[in-house]
Design a protein around this ligand. Sequence first.
Ligand code: ADP
Ligand code: MG
Length: 630
Amino acid sequence: MQEKGSISIHTENIFPIIKKFLYSDNEIFLRELVSNAVDAVQKIKRLSSMGQYSGNIGDPMVSVAFDKEARTITISDNGLGMTAEEIKKYINQIAFSGAEEFVEKFKDAKDANELIGKFGLGFYSAFMVSDKVEINTLSYQDGAQPARWICDGSTEFELTDGTRTERGTDIILHINADSDEFLDKHKLEGILDKYCKFLPVPIKFGSKKEYLPVAEGTEESEDNKEQEIEVDNIINTTTPIWAKPPADLKDEDYLAFYRELYPMSEEPLFWIHLNVDYPFNLTGVLYFPKVKNDFEVQRNKIKLYSRQVFITDEVKDIVPEFLMLLHGVIDSPDIPLNVSRSFLQADSNVKKINSYITKKVADKLADLFKNDRKGYEEKWNDIGIFVKYGMISEEKFYDKAKDFALLTNTKKEFYTLTEYKDKVSPLQTDKNGKVVYLYTNDPAKQDVFIQSANKKGYDVLMMNSPLDGHFISHLERKLENVNVKRVDASVADKLIEKDEKIESILTEEQSNTVKSIFEKAIGRGDMQVEVDSLNPEELPVTVTMDEFMRRMKDMAAMSGGSMGFYGAIPDNYKVAINGNHKLVSRMVDTKDETEQVQLARQVFDLALLSQGMLTGADLTEFVKRSVNLI
Ligand code: ADP
Ligand code: MG
């Protein structure tokens, strides 16, 4: 038999197009050819199990070998093989209808993956790295003749009788001059490790030379013996953990797999085994890592597979944004090998997968919370960030998480949202019936305020992660009748406005005097002095910043000053003088004005000092004055 022909009457230009495609992506040729080989092996197994093939299927096997001198890479399998007719049908008639359409669509293709996916060109990706491609194959069918197909990268092909004596297929790539890098053991090993590490059929890898028998006794033979052992190396795990039933797995298996994927990482906190087959197919294992500070480094740790073939680790559209910090593997045959960004964004399965993962994660957390509250609280430091981020960014997740999200206070106690409201409502409800939640974002700096609040029986929440600012605003929107205030937003007596009034010791006139003494002593336009009748036990002077103004400033800072006028918001402090404090009464009694101003300055500086606001020349001045006073 000898036949020559043209691959498609209209497609004179497809090979240059394929070849020219993104050299950065060209390593995927190996993924495509190995997965074709795996498919062929799976198909013969299926035919055999359905009774449509009665021969011996042998040990399913795919091998990848290269020969540096001959400049070839050979991918072989003992799968179902092809007849000459099948080559014509599956290889020659490429899965697109005409060259015009192809060239038209190709213009919009963003990368080789999209091109391959759109046109069923997996096999032809071989031409990205080859001058010439050969198929040598023998079909499983009774009486089939071996067939050989050769194509040199033009649109001409040659189909002749083949030489293969056993069922299966060899794909021989004659590597082109630009693709020398692929004739290298480490390079090929690297690619196989990336894409083929978990394929369901054993994959052997070696170089042609290593297969050659060598004479005994020579120095070379020692080397080669060693290499022969290497040749037998199977490079993949055929049944990775996510393909096994969860019931068969122990914690140790999950941990071992995690170590295999991320050898340098700390142990994960816990994991979720995904396993659905309706309405879409999805398996996988997602791990919750211990969160480190450097979020960026931790991202892109989820690997996407399609039937155990690695596709990508950019799962941005499949995994909800707030779960991008998770690690692990997801596998869905509903996602094609040659997946492209635009496919993922448009695909409806992808959206379903996204919400399924969200649901599974929420269920897992709810479970942990319910069954082991203590253990859950211990992990909260690490999982809190996911949960809060998820609550802010996904309405559906919020609805579930509101029952297991925890609030922590300065005493390191944990409360759910409901528990917390019940806890603080009695003492922290203001005269308008709003429950006021107090928080600190810097317990060291705000210690004075925390202590004052605690003295009144108020609770103070810890909100000191970068995300907490957003989380607070979100809670305020979500929780009915709740106001949130930073603990230093006001003096403790005024943090939560109540009807009760503390009698003033000072007369109105005295109060005005005190005010002007302090104004003189402070002499700063950004500090508003106010004399209040507070609890005598409270500090004589407290510097506060209004909650609303502070949030405006925080917002401006977060937007890097890009918010126009917000960026120009000046600091606006309030200096609350406790008119009922002994020191203030003493100040009024002292008739000497210089002494009054000095005293006022001293207590004001003390307030600044306790809030970490006294620095530089002011601090030096304070120390000098203090020494003098002593
Ligand atoms: P796809 O794998 O998406 O079908 P490809 O271009 O990769 O597209 O392959 C085209 C077809 O060629 C396959 O569907 C299969 O029928 C046939 N084929 C490719 N490689 C092999 C192989 N190693 N053994 C048997 N058939 C193969
Ligand atoms: Mg294919």
